[in-house]
Unconditional design. Structure first.
Length: 182
């Protein structure tokens, strides 16, 4: 969907829209420090966003998948229940600071598994790894998040322009046409 939203944005406005890939563990900090105006917040971030600091527009919930090396026994399944993975080495659970790309590289080499949202498995797809839908794991919530109060270093004019851009983008995400009103 981000690609579709970016296309509609470019059709409706001359303002640039930069889509930036951001790791889940830093997405809220990047909103706080002003390096991002908005973020597709995924996973556990939705709990933090419910605080007074952020707005959150829920978008959808993602299917969890298990990623394993293509030679791993999991590769034989079309889908699997999480209970069948209880004896597997979960690379991310055992190494919480490990970047997802590194975790997927590790499982592709034949060490363990990772359970992630389907979109992240697709993003980090490798020929030597497979991803299989996994049941018994909660879906991953995804929402559009932004600060309730813009960064303090913005002057009034910049705050107003930022708010207008945020509202315009929210309208695109909600499916408003160019002629609809809020």
């Amino acid at each position: 969907m981000p690609g579709k939203w970016a296309r509609i944005w470019s059709e409706r406005t001359s303002q640039p829209l930069d889509l930036v890939l951001t790791e889940v563990d830093v997405q809220l900090e990047r909103l706080r420090d002003g390096s991002l105006d908005m973020c597709l917040a995924r996973g556990g971030a939705d709990v933090d966003i419910a605080k007074a600091e952020f707005h959150l527009f829920p978008l959808y919930r993602e299917q969890p998948v298990v990623v394993a090396g293509s030679e791993h026994p999991v590769a034989a399944y079309d889908e699997i229940d999480v209970a069948e993975l209880s004896d597997e080495y979960d690379v991310l659970a055992e190494n919480p600071g490990l970047a997802l790309a590194s975790a997927i590289e590790t499982v592709a080499a034949g060490t363990g598994i990772v359970i992630v949202p389907m979109s992240l498995a697709r993003l980090h797809h490798r020929k030597d790894a497979v991803w299989i839908p996994v049941h018994g794991v909660a879906e991953y919530p995804v929402g559009l998040a932004w600060l309730k109060e813009p960064p303090a270093d913005l002057d009034e004019l910049a705050r107003e322009a930022r708010e207008e851009s945020v509202q315009r983008f929210i309208g695109i995400v909600r499916g408003r046409t160019a002629n609809s009103s809020r």
